[in-house]
Design a binder for this molecule. Structure first.
Ligand SMILES: Cc1cc2nc3c(=O)[nH]c(=O)nc-3n(C[C@H](O)[C@H](O)[C@H](O)COP(=O)(O)OP(=O)(O)OC[C@H]3O[C@@H](n4cnc5c(N)ncnc54)[C@H](O)[C@@H]3O)c2cc1C
Length: 805
């Protein structure tokens, strides 16, 4: 062990080994992996080693594909066999709803260029003769599934890394981490202390404890997981080939070949945590006692689905632990607020995702950018609330128990809720609000007036909330709609250096005092880092408004770029709230609550000011996401409830109605407005996303300018368009393929029924030539091909007159 390394990776499981390999591969060879005991001695050694490329998040699916393709390379480089068995795999559908879901998924995978196919019960039996196909509707086949040797794969990564100069130190626990004044880390180990420019927490079952060493509480916890391995199965002994792997979604089990027997794994509906705080330091390569009574219900379904297992002995029971996060995705990247402290943990699918995590982290450390939109696994997608034990336990338990359960796009799951609520929560509930949740904050989805216990049926089609949403949209277009803006993030930037700093951070020209502007924020490679609204309240005082759930992610970016002096940044997201009021009656409503002249000439579109509203100092900005005349009214949280009462009273005779996120989606799609995480993501550019006209190419240097200029010259390869879809019962919801003459030309980013224009609408990225020629297109909505065409202009008020009225 040397006294200093550029990077110390803590943990020699599949994930830490992949991080080490990728760092060395990309040229950082002064790196060491420090392992408490032996390689694989956490979760990795007893993993079933199954892998698959399929994932609901296309970016993660692409990265899983990368992981699988990488195995040949590390095997070749290291000379160590990874024991790959590419058997192919089938997800079974034992209900009509599941089959419909698999059909929709097949279309979605098409947009990710992952080839899957639907198979009949007969084909399933052909590919896996031990499946009892009774009651099966069919399945989804993916050729890129299989299983591998966990030990060999880990050693292949490490072997290849060592050949490139990386070092591995075994039987040496990291006992303490201390940050030095120059941001490097002092890594105290059992065998001495080393310094490192960066540390990576890849400590798997111990990740939470290694987080604590740096003062970080990570939302990750171990949970128990069972599988069994059978003796030889005569039907398989008689077979001259391997069966495919099977996931019985309705049965909560998965099965893969294991020599001439099988491995049957269980995702039980009554799961158990184990060592929520992280495993004990002296935990060895041990198994937990099997808890067969608890898993019996799922096991029984498994033995019915695979009857051959009833006639063979069980060679081995495995009850091991591996880690879960609230949404089941890993935690990757630099931890907000901790310089040079990186995580690569919380990974429940090391053999599908390990390569991707290593690739992402190494690129991020070396190039300052993860190389793809990996928000779905970015550690900054969570805030501190997610690591609280009760929230963490509730949400991870929910994820585990629902691992194979159908998730519907309109479904709001209950775990960990309500956690954060606005002062109006009970009042809006009494008004009929049906809540969803964003980053722990309750937010109304729609209102069922007069009904406090309305239950929306989970569905991929238009739901029983359709008419409520229609009424909210109509009220907003014809009178006024009021949206509780608790799910906005608000930041105040002030100080003598504020304007200079923001001018460099944001790609737009800064607004004049008293004005608001939409400002794209770019990374150095010209990709979007935000779509913020900037209000200028004074020469040196600004407000930025963004998405509530991006707070930790944005704050990390702001902190990384903040100068040492001259600029103060305050995150006001939990201190201020308010309402977004829009619709033709909104001026009259707001005017009734303030002495300020709110006429169009005195307070025009994109004006902002601090003015008294209903007896409190509010920050009011004139803009809306609905396309109507509108005002965003922000007040301190303590005044949000009284503001609500005042607005409600003022709007009573003017048709004011509370509205939720669903109505907002319908309204914005009628106006072709994009939002973050659908149309605007880290993989999009201003040129693609119709944001280029907000970019001030001619102002001085701003982050991402060179790349944005290059794109402007070359033109974007894909364009954001609005589609009118010939759909009747269901609307697009995102990731559906867009085709021209059967050829894939794009992908839907979001869709909804435009209640006011009475059309099924979607926003989609399509190839540039398609966007210009605008041919007849199709979109697969829940797997059914529907005719679609590109709208030349927004479906509602294309000239934007109402917004400016
Ligand atoms: C029963 C079971 C079946 C599974 N089946 C599959 C499957 O089929 N497919 C799949 O993809 N995944 C499967 N998994 C999950 C898989 O095991 C994990 O995704 C993977 O092992 C996570 O690897 P890791 O490197 O993050 O963590 P770990 O394997 O836990 O490695 C962490 C390492 O860090 C070391 N460490 C911790 N603290 C310190 C310290 N302070 N100093 C030095 N070293 C330290 C530990 O000793 C350990 O070696 C399964 C898991 C279980 C339990």
């Amino acid at each position: 062990m040397k006294s200093h390394y550029r990077v110390v990776v803590i943990g020699g499981g599949i994930v830490g080994s992949s991080v080490l390999y990728h760092l060395a591969k990309f040229g950082w060879t002064d790196v060491a992996l420090i392992e408490r005991a032996e390689l694989t001695c956490g979760s990795t050694w007893h993993a079933a080693g199954g892998f698959h490329a399929l994932n609901d998040d296309p970016n993660i699916a692409a990265l899983q594909g990368y992981t699988i393709r990488l195995y040949d390379e590390i095997q070749r480089e290291s000379g160590v066999s990874v024991g790959m068995h590419m058997t192919g795999g089938i997800s079974l559908a034992a209900s009509k709803q599941r089959m419909e879901m698999l059909k929709a998924e097949r279309s979605m995978y098409e947009t990710m260029e992952i080839e899957t196919r639907l198979v009949t019960p007969e084909e399933i039996r052909e590919l896996c003769p031990i499946v009892d196909v009774a009651g099966l509707q069919g399945g989804l086949y993916d050729a890129h599934e299989g299983y591998m040797d966990p030990h060999g794969t880990t050693h292949a990564y490490v072997g290849a890394a060592k050949q490139r100069g990386a070092e591995v130190v075994l039987r040496n626990r990291v006992v303490e981490l201390r940050q030095l004044p120059d941001s490097r880390w002092s890594v105290v180990t059992e065998k001495g202390t080393v310094t490192a420019d960066h540390v990576v927490n890849a400590a798997g079952l111990w990740a939470r404890k290694v987080g604590n060493m740096a003062g970080v509480n990570l939302p990750v916890t171990p949970m128990q997981h069972h599988y069994l391995i059978t003796e030889d199965v005569p039907e398989l002994v008689a077979l001259d080939r391997e069966i495919v792997s099977i996931t019985d979604l309705e049965g909560f089990t998965y099965l893969q070949p294991e020599r001439k027997g099988v491995l049957l794994g269980i995702y039980e509906r009554d799961p158990r945590h184990w060592k929520v705080e992280g495993a004990d330091w002296d935990f060895g390569m041990d198994l937990l006692p099997p808890d067969i009574d608890r898993i019996l219900p799922e096991l029984s379904i498994g033995f019915e689905r695979f009857p051959a297992l009833q006639n063979v002995g069980i060679r081995r029971w495995v009850n091991g632990a591996f880690t879960f996060t609230p949404d089941g995705n890993p935690l990757v990247g630099p931890v907000p607020g901790k310089k040079n402290y990186w995580v690569a943990c919380g990974c429940m699918g090391g053999f599908s995702q390990g390569g991707a995590i290593g690739l992402t982290l190494a690129q991020w450390m070396i190039n300052g950018d993860p190389g793809a939109d990996i928000f779905g696994m970015d550690v900054a997608r969570y805030g501190a609330f997610a690591a609280e034990d009760s929230y963490l336990k509730d949400t991870t338990r929910q994820f585990y128990a629902r691992r194979f359960v159908i998730s519907y796009p309109n479904e709001e799951l209950p775990a960990g809720r309500p956690l954060k609520v606005s002062p109006c929560y009970d009042t809006l509930k009494a008004e009929g609000a049906v809540y969803g949740c964003t980053w722990g904050m309750e937010t109304p989805q729609f209102f069922a007036p007069g009904q406090t216990n309305f239950v929306e049926q989970p569905t991929v089609r238009r739901s029983n909330a359709h008419d409520f949403v229609a009424a909210e949209v109509r009220a907003t277009r014809e009178a006024a709609g009021m949206f509780e803006s608790a799910v906005y993030a608000r930041y105040q930037v002030s100080g003598p250096g504020a304007s200079q700093w923001l001018d460099r951070l944001l790609a737009a020209r800064l607004p004049r005092v008293g004005r608001v502007r939409l400002a794209p924020m770019l990374s150095p490679n010209g990709k979007l880092m935000g779509d913020l609204t900037v209000s200028r309240l004074g020469e040196d005082r600004f407000w930025l408004i963004g998405s509530y759930y991006l707070q930790a992610w944005h704050m990390r970016w702001f902190d990384d770029h903040l100068p040492r002096t001259g600029v103060t940044m305050r995150n006001l997201s939990d201190a201020w709230m308010g309402f977004a009021m829009s619709g033709p009656a909104s001026r009259e409503i707001v005017s009734r609550l303030t002495d300020r002249d709110m006429s169009n000439s005195a307070f025009p579109f994109l004006a902002c000011a601090e003015i008294p509203v209903a007896g409190t100092d509010a920050l009011v900005a004139r803009l809306s996401l609905t396309g109507e005349l509108g005002y965003e009214i922000n007040v301190p949280v303590s005044h949000q409830r009284s503001l609500y009462d005042a607005l409600k009273t003022a709007g009573k005779d003017l048709g004011l109605r509370s509205i939720g996120n669903r109505a907002l989606d319908s309204l914005r799609l009628e106006k072709s407005y994009g939002v973050w995480n659908s149309e605007f993501t880290q993989s999009c550019t201003p040129g693609m996303s119709n944001l280029a006209h907000h970019v001030a190419f001619h102002k001085g240097g701003f982050i991402g300018r060179d790349a944005a200029l290059r794109e402007r010259e070359a033109g974007a390869s894909r364009m954001l368009v609005t589609l009118l879809i010939d759909a009747t019962e269901a609307d697009a919801s995102g990731f559906e393929p867009v085709k021209s003459s059967g050829k894939l030309v794009g992908c839907v980013t979001s869709g909804a029924y435009g209640h006011y224009v009475k059309q099924s609408l979607a926003l989609a990225y399509v190839d540039r030539d398609v966007a210009t020629v605008a041919p007849e297109l199709t979109v697969d909505v829940i797997g059914e091909t529907r005719a679609a065409r590109i709208l030349a202009e927004p479906a509602y008020d294309p000239k934007g007159l109402r917004l400016r009225s």
